[in-house]
Design a protein around this ligand. Structure first.
Ligand SMILES: CC(C)(COP(=O)(O)OP(=O)(O)OC[C@H]1O[C@@H](n2cnc3c(N)ncnc32)[C@H](O)[C@@H]1OP(=O)(O)O)[C@@H](O)C(=O)NCCC(=O)NCCS
Length: 324
């Protein structure tokens, strides 16, 4: 079975790639909006040197399967890579996924990475597939969805008005303004419980780099932070993907330990909803993943009106344990 590297994908290859995503989605929608061709093209063309792409031709002019390996942080960075493999339903259980995993593992080792992560939905073939190659589940995430039309009138305004005394709100779109970059990096470290296995401290450079990556994909990142003097006490991030069809994704939300217990988490999230209502009225839904044991964040999201939708899992494997 051939695996081809797509270092500089052509228009036809981008269309074939999209056809695989569409076929996988059609077989198992999992409540997600269908992928849009324009978005796939933007992602592949904007992938840059940090992302390696491979495909398996189906012998009939299309692709049977595709794989993307993201190598964040530049060559050899001490951070886990991220793998995503998609095999057309009609080509499964013939070793295609395993072959792509072996090729991606070669790319991983060539880059000097020691581990790789994959985020997949519970109850799908991805779970036995990854486990059969020695991946271990490191986080279980509850997928929640907030439908903005279901929010009771006045709830968001009431929560924003109930902000704790002594704190102020600041917000920005895209990359963090210079004056808040170090403070945001410190606040991101407050999420250490979730990022533990990554083992990489945040600094202003990594904060900017992450936001630039979102912009390169064509997506919009919105951040709302609670300030105490110059320090960021808590923050929340939402990404509106290009061609989002009305659905935005919640990214990080964190409150620094010494500021917890003052309803800062719900405050910044409510302020985000208020801002999006005017800035991005096209957004009708927000999805979020919470660690199953993160009872505080689950409670905040429930109070805001998020409802359980699906469970996903993050899997991790060491490069040395992957097939060759
Ligand atoms: C997960 C996925 C990539 C697997 O692709 P695949 O080509 O069928 O995988 P392989 O044929 O290489 O399977 C290797 C092994 O994984 C396990 N496996 C894969 N699918 C399985 C399933 N549905 N049930 C039980 N075990 C399964 C088996 O041990 C299999 O070996 P076997 O067929 O000899 O028993 C494919 O099902 C898919 O595209 N799913 C949707 C997208 C997705 O969730 N991707 C995961 C992101 S990494």
């Amino acid at each position: 079975m051939d695996v081809i590297a797509l270092d500089d994908p052509t228009d036809a290859q981008i269309r074939q790639w999209h056809a695989v995503l569409a076929a996988v989605h059609a077989a198992d929608p999992a409540g997600e909006p269908a992928p849009e061709a324009e978005h796939t093209a933007e992602r592949l063309l904007g992938a840059g040197a940090e992302t390696r792409l491979w495909a398996v031709p189906d012998g009939a002019g299309g692709f049977a399967a595709v794989a993307a390996l993201r190598l964040p942080g530049g060559p050899g960075a001490d951070r886990p890579a991220e793998i995503d493999i998609q095999v057309r339903p009609g080509h499964r259980r013939r070793g295609v996924g395993g072959r792509l995993l072996a090729v991606a593992a070669g790319g991983l080792r060539a880059d000097g990475r020691s581990s790789v992560i994959a985020q997949v939905l519970a109850g799908t073939p991805a779970v036995p597939f990854l486990e059969s190659y020695g991946f271990e589940c490191v986080v279980t995430l509850r997928g929640l969805l907030l439908r903005l039309d279901d929010l009771p009138e006045g709830r968001v305004a009431g929560l924003v008005a109930a902000g704790p005394p002594g704190y102020g709100l600041v917000r920005w779109r895209g990359v963090v303004p210079d004056e808040h970059a170090d403070a945001l990096a410190r606040a991101k470290d407050a999420m250490a419980d979730l990022a533990e296995y990554e083992g990489t401290p945040w600094d202003a450079h990594r904060v900017r780099e992450t936001a630039e990556m979102v912009a390169k994909r064509g997506d919009d990142l919105y951040t709302v932070a609670a300030l105490r003097g110059p320090a960021i006490a808590g923050f929340t991030e939402v990404v509106v993907p290009l061609g989002a069809a009305g659905r935005a994704a919640q990214y990080d939300t964190a409150v620094v330990p010494e500021h917890r217990g003052r309803r800062l988490g719900i405050w910044v999230k409510a302020a985000m909803l208020e801002w999006l209502a005017t800035e991005r009225p096209d957004v009708r839904e927000i999805e979020t993943d919470n660690a199953g044991d993160n009872v505080h964040m689950l409670a905040v999201n429930e109070e805001l009106g998020f409802r359980w939708q699906r469970e996903s899992r993050e899997y991790l494997a060491r490069a040395a344990d992957l097939p060759r």
